[in-house]
Every structure is written in C-alpha cells, then in structure tokens.
Design a protein around this ligand. Structure first.
Ligand code: CP
Length: 320
C-alpha cells in the first residue's frame, strides 16, 4: 500500500497512487460498515480528538463513527463550551490538547491555512475536516469513491461542478483530485461566483448550465456558501435557481446515465430541485454520506500506520 503522508491536510499533497490506496482500503470499510457488527481494531489504543470550530453534521458525525468503529478513544471538543470563548487562540488550544497525547487530531476551521499551521505545532497526525475556502480533502476522497462505485472508474470522466465555486473548499479539493486522476473538469457558475485564476487548474469554465452540462457523466452541485460571502453575489435566490439550479430540464443536457451529487447541506429550491435530489435513479447523495464514514476510516487507518511506524523507528533510534 502506498500512502506516505504524515497528515491529511489537502488533496494537493497526495499522489494518484495514494488516492487509489485510500479508495481501495475504504472499499473494505464499506463492507465492514454494512455488517451488523461494525468493529475493527486499526486504531485500538489510540486517542482521536475532533475539534470543529465551524458547524458540521456529516463530517463530524462520520469522523466520530469512523474512530469508534476502528477502536479509538474518541473525544469531541465542544468549541462552543471551551476556553476558545474566553479568548484562547487556536494554537494555544491545540498545544493544550497536544499535551494530553492524542494520536489523531481532526480539525475544521473557518480560516484557510489554519489546519496546516496547527499541524506544524503538534506531534500527532492531523486531518483537515475543512479549512475556510482552501481544502476539504476527505470530502473529495469520498466523492471519488462514490463516483468510482457508480461509474466503475475514476478516470476519463466529464465532471461538471456547478454553483458557488468561489467560496467552496469542496470544489477546490475535487477539482485537484479529479485533475490528478485525469478527468475532464468543467466549472459552471455565474461570473461573480467563479474564482479568478481557476483555469490554471486545467478546468473548462462556463456560465451557462446547459452548455456546461452537455454530455457530463457526473453533475456535482454546490450550495451558496453564505457564511463566507461579504456582499451580494447573486440578484436573488429565485433568479439564481432559474439560471443555475439543477432541475430535470437542465439535467437532460447531461448523459442519460449521469449521476447527481451534492456534498450537503442542501438548499432545496436554491441550487437543486428537491425531486432530483431524491431521485434514487440519478442522485447518489445518500451514497456520498455512506462513503464518508468508510473513507474517513481508511484515512485514519493509513495515518495511524505511518504514525506507529515513525514512533517505532524513533524508539529503535532509526532516522525516518
Ligand atoms: N459536506 C460537509 O462537509 O457537510 P457538513 O458541513 O455537514 O460536515
């Protein structure tokens, strides 16, 4: 198995063979998670701390379940009731928890780069659960696993990512991953929600849904990230839905067997029609949630192997 990373901070640091390693191991955890008894021991004896400085349903719940199913002691730090509210900084908070000897630290933070900074201060493995508009690596990995299971491959596909690209860490991690795996990536957004310089990633840019969706294999919808917007980016939600919301008519431009994805949380009637989101013949949104647990189990398992190897080498006096 090829996976050299000490931390999981972003897709930009992963090689294609490391991405494949995560997906292959995650397949085994999909099987485990469908059994009545969902217990393994890959993280037995290890301590995992989840620190979420931003709201989350899917990511926090799945990291917690992933750690528990692999036998870790899992602690969710309640940021709202912590000394962060008394003015303690992110780094002081992390150093305090680091002194309790965790092995895995899962961090979500509203500032881009905050998780990378934190990783340089602690001596355990750090997993980025989403930092500002920078990266959300486990989301891109679970999306890749969902696509590979639905399409039978994660290469040579046309993937349309639609909506608020400018504020989306999900879009950024996905376009990096999909590019590394040699897919054709199209970004569809109004000009106000398309980040400058994004064409450097090798994507095709559209501001018309019908043109951008033409013959797409995968349609990935994004929510308007209002919490990261300062000012008006769209005339109104009604107008936005009319031009960029995914409905049956716009979806008819994609391939007949195109799948519909959304990382959640969804705003029905804003970026996606509720009937499309619930259509079990097109939508894989619930599968994405299921794959999230398996992918996070795989990521933590692989990081724990590297951590144990590093500690074992240090104990034996070998330089790593
Ligand atoms: N997709 C995602 O990150 O969802 P949550 O914000 O609920 O974790």
């Amino acid at each position: 198995m090829t996976f050299r990373a000490r931390h999981l901070l972003g897709i930009e640091h992963l090689a294609p063979e490391e991405i494949r390693t995560v997906l292959d191991l995650a397949e085994k955890y999909v099987d485990l998670n469908r059994r009545t008894v969902k217990q393994a021991d890959a993280l037995a004896g290890l301590t995992q701390i989840n620190m979420f400085f931003e709201n989350s349903t899917r990511t926090q719940a799945s990291f917690e379940l992933a750690g528990k199913r692999l036998g870790a002691d899992v602690m969710n730090m309640s940021v709202a009731h912590s000394s962060v509210k008394k003015g303690e900084t992110l780094i002081d908070t992390a150093m305090t928890l680091n002194a309790m000897h965790p092995d895995l630290l899962v961090v979500r933070h509203p500032s881009s780069g905050a998780v990378n900074l934190l990783a340089s201060k602690v001596n355990c493995a750090v997993l980025n659960a989403g930092d500002g508009r920078h990266e959300h690596p486990t989301q891109a990995l679970l999306d890749a696993l969902t696509i590979r299971r639905a399409k039978g491959r994660i290469q040579r596909l046309t993937v349309a990512i639609c909506g608020d690209i400018a504020h989306s860490r999900v879009a950024r991690s996905n376009l990096i991953l999909l590019g590394k795996m040699e897919n054709r990536v199209r970004l569809i957004a109004p000009p106000t929600l398309m980040p400058s310089g994004v064409a450097e990633f090798g994507c095709e840019l559209y501001d018309d849904m019908r043109e951008g969706l033409k013959d797409a294999d995968v349609v990935m919808m994004l929510r308007l990230q209002k919490e990261r917007m300062d000012g008006g980016f769209i005339p109104s939600e009604r107008e936005y839905y009319h031009r960029f919301g995914l409905d049956a008519e716009k979806l008819s431009f994609a391939k007949e067997d195109a799948i519909v994805m959304h990382p959640g949380p969804m705003n029905r009637g804003v970026e996606i029609d509720g009937e499309i989101a619930d259509d079990i013949n097109r939508s894989v949104i619930q599968e994405q949630v299921e794959m999230g647990v398996a992918v996070r189990m795989a990521c933590m398992d692989l990081l724990a192997r590297n951590l144990r190897a590093e500690r074992g080498a240090k104990a034996a006096g070998v330089m790593v």
